[in-house]
Design a binder for this molecule. Sequence first.
Ligand SMILES: [Mn+2]
Length: 294
Amino acid sequence: MEKPKAKVYVLGVPYDGTVSWRPGAREAPQTIRVAATNIEFYSLRLDVNVEEVPIADVGDLAVSFDVKETLKRLSAVVHELAQTLDKRLLVVLGGEHTITLGVFEGLIKAGLDPCLLVLDAHLDYRDEYMGLRLTHATFARRLVEAYGYNRIFHLGVRAVCREEVEFARHKNSRYLTSFEMRFLGLREVARRVLAWLKQNSCKTLYVSVDMDAYDPAYAPGVSTPEPDGLEPWMVLELLNHIVLHSPKPLVAVDVVEVSPPYDCSGITSILAARTVVELIAAHRAAQQRQATST
Ligand SMILES: [Mn+2]
């Protein structure tokens, strides 16, 4: 019998070295894995059985105290895994949001040239935070400075400082607040994200889910919770629709900023696991759709 080949790689990054408020994201790769082994893997939304998808858990990155060294190692591992990502999906379990920068750099090095769709209460566009230039609160600034201001589309934004809003407006970086999203409705939000993907010269799609994009009522166990957030049905419907209709293939996904010590009854880890399962299902459905149309 032929050995099943992995269609999805799962990599944990237990790093929270620059955390400013509620530490613990280093524990999240394990708690999300435990949640994932205990929830159902059938996506009724898409009629995709994720149990049938061969998934390889490649373990956790050996992290350093030093954020730059951690990102360097992460970028190297992602670069290696990305050699075979043309038909596969990389799922990264954080860790704090800074790790997205390392994953992004690894994908760039592998020639996958991604656009980054970020779900986050925050813009993370500060130039520096508490004396550091490379932190969970500045990673998006470093990313767009290096790879272009049109690389990121933020969804669910509602907690910013003046510097970040002025930066985003001045550079014409795309974002929608949680309240704009509710007012516009999901169809219009999806239409705008898909239009951005279409006109962008990037080649692939990378989705980063900061769990604080969800309302703290649903995801209380995060490093920096903010009220007035998104509801799970909104996020899951929207991501499914975008991945299914994206003109650029989905190659990577991360869930970041879960802080298990602050989680009530593990519900944030469970929602993170559900988010990953639905994204794997959407990736599978998009591939099947593409295969039948060509
Ligand atoms: Mn955030």
